[in-house]
Design a binder for this molecule. Structure first.
Ligand SMILES: *[C@@H]1O[C@H](CO)[C@@H](O)[C@H](O)[C@H]1NC(C)=O
Ligand SMILES: CC(=O)N[C@H]1CO[C@H](CO)[C@@H](O)[C@@H]1O
Length: 380
């Protein structure tokens, strides 16, 4: 009896659940535009990219895998480990530029993976229940604003080939909330910001499942998780669940002259044979209340600035700059965090009211909280 009634309510007034917080506070996406479910891949493609304010509900997996056919291309073998090392598609002469001596082969890939769905401004993309999303193709935001992507799965994009596609790319944009999504079996990045500035953006409550048959290091763990490289990125990364990954969790920057501030708190990192955080030149990463469990290298000592307090004294030292104590991180059965020793300048990037006002829970509760709340099927 309840079924049709619930469906009717949902169809007429689906809204993102919860309130965007952190950098993305104030994001409204499609607001209270009438929610609608696309009837085809083409309709979904159009609705996401047009200039109409929309709430788009995905009630199933929209499978793009074979939608554009296949192509043959030269690939190289940058990694010689086994089993199942990822191959790299030789797009933009990447193989000859970076691995000129690698063996070459010819492979077949799904073209859809390299042609992401464009997402325009003022959109909410919502998954319904625990199995709404897209497969075989990711999303790309280029200089668009006010977007909510919540409760969707993005999976299976040419997973065996580096450069076979990303799950969510943002190359310039502001007011973006990526919440309660699930990523697995992606060719390259699960989330990535390009060189143009990405501000007022929060990645929260997402599951980054790195369990894969194909990996760069042949350890069954996905390497290319999150990469933030924009000019002046301002990002919140909180309550995410990252597991069985081995690199870039996240990698921040690497481009001289650019800077990124990433407030990374209350995330749960589990079972990583490589590194999680990798802060490179120009980046400032504030880690608070994160929980690392069986992570070989929680934060790589790199050229960027990482403030990762592990003691009360280090946490209290935040007060002078951001007006409140930080929350210490915990690492169990893991490598040591780098602490704060030479990185007090990091805090200069977090003097804004959003970072100051963040409510960060004690790291001890993060494992159970994140496992219970992250990913699809928890909202909507
Ligand atoms: C998005 O919504 C805002 C506020 O209503 C409006 O000013 C802007 O033009 C919209 N953008 C697009 C691309 O429709
Ligand atoms: C407050 C707290 O739990 N601090 C812990 C942070 O993690 C380090 C290990 O890296 C522990 O030694 C601290 O006890």
């Amino acid at each position: 009896m309840l079924g049709p009634l619930v469906a009717l309510c949902f169809a007429s007034s689906a809204l993102a659940v919860g309130t965007p917080f952190g950098q993305a506070a104030g994001t409204t996406g499609g607001g209270n535009a009438k929610a609608a479910t696309p009837s085809s891949l083409t309709e979904l493609t159009t609705w996401l990219s047009d200039s109409t304010t929309r709430v788009i509900v995905l009630d199933k997996i929209f499978d793009f895998t074979s939608s554009e056919g296949t192509a043959r291309i030269t690939a190289c073998e940058p990694w010689t480990c086994s089993p199942n090392a990822q191959l790299a598609l030789d797009t933009n002469s990447w193989c000859s530029n970076y691995y000129p001596n690698a063996a070459k082969t010819t492979v077949t890939y799904n073209k859809a993976g390299l042609n992401p769905l464009k997402v325009g401004s003022n959109k909410t993309l919502l998954g319904k229940g625990s199995n709404g999303g897209i497969k075989g193709k990711g999303l790309k935001i280029t200089g668009a604003n006010n977007i909510i992507i919540q409760n969707i799965k993005i999976t299976d994009i040419n997973a065996q080939y580096v450069w076979g596609g990303d799950a969510i790319q943002i190359d310039g944009g502001s007011g973006i909330w990526i919440d309660h999504n699930y990523f697995q079996n992606i060719a390259r990045q699960m989330v990535v910001t390009g060189y143009n500035s990405v501000t007022k953006t929060t990645f929260s409550n997402n599951v980054f499942n790195g369990d894969t048959a194909y990996s760069a290091l042949c350890n069954g763990q996905h390497y290319w998780v999150a990469l933030f490289t924009g000019k002046g990125d301002q990002l919140t990364f909180a309550y995410n669940y990252l597991y069985k990954t081995s690199g870039r969790g996240p990698h921040v920057s690497g481009t001289s002259g650019y800077s990124q501030n990433v407030h990374l708190y209350n995330n749960y990192f589990v079972s990583m044979d490589g590194h999680a955080i990798d802060a490179q030149v120009g980046s400032r990463v504030l880690l608070e209340g994160n929980y690392f469990n069986k992570v070989k290298i929680p934060a790589q000592r790199s050229t960027g600035q990482t403030y990762a307090p592990v003691s009360d004294a280090e946490a209290s030292a935040c007060s002078a700059t951001i007006g409140r104590k930080c929350v210490p991180n915990i690492s169990i059965s893991s490598g040591a965090l780098p602490g704060v020793a030479s990185d007090s300048g990091t805090l200069q990037g977090f003097k804004d009211s959003i970072s100051k006002g963040a409510s960060v829970m004690a790291a001890s509760g993060v494992g159970s909280y994140v496992q219970a709340n992250a990913g699809v099927g928890k909202v909507n």
